[in-house]
Ligand binder design. Sequence first.
Ligand code: F6R
Length: 264
Amino acid sequence: MEVIIRPNADAAAALVARIIAKELRANPHLVLGLATGRTMESVYRLLAQMHRKEGLDFSLCSTFNLDEYVGLAPGDPHSYRHCMNEHLFQRVNVEPRNTHLPNGQAPDLDAECRSYEAAIAKFGGIDLQLLGIGRAGHIGFNEPLSAFKSRTRVKALAPLTLEQNAEFFGGADKVPRRAITMGVGTILESRRCLLLATGEEKAEIIAKAVEGPITSMISATALQLHARCTVVVDEAAASRLEGSEYYRRIFATEPEWEEFRNSN
Ligand code: F6R
């Protein structure tokens, strides 16, 4: 795992967008794993801007989102499908048929989960998986005690997650109780993971996820087992990390990061 600390949330999102753009330019057929949530909105805004201004081309890439609420129709303004259409898919030239989210309204949810896994496999697996982190430490909707070998499945949302997403639904009691989510095992199979976390409210969970013991109580700690995982944080989210001096030195001196150093 490597941790990159940027001065503020905008600079952190800009770095993530530039990493994605670099991977997409190197491999136009990229299979991109996507996340939703507040943190990702600025990344998608920047990718849309790169598409408009620099011709960043999404025409050959395919996408797989981490999760979708059970029971919401794709057109529901609270659905993650709707959110992805609004924030990214309609703003770039990705082929709509190459964008995938689980169907939260499938009559047979278990079959839907199996077919989602099969679709990922058919596309050759995920090259780059973008991730956020919830305050309970989830990646996707892998709530506490998610098995590290778990695959795409229906998961009941934890109380902290309901609280975290309450504002979108006008109250925690209105948030759907269940979601389909890629499993921790599914996420760990992506060839590269890229996690973005910003803001003081993520500082404690980032310290646990990055430097704490590996535990299924905090599914993000599974990323410590991944061979290629980059965690990008702003100063606020980095404020509880013990090794920040070392992480800063890596970003400041390692050749791999040279081209990204003056981005913001
Ligand atoms: C949503 C997802 C979640 C979010 C996480 C952070 O697709 O995968 O794990 O990334 O809950 O959400 P925000 O960015 O709203 O704090």
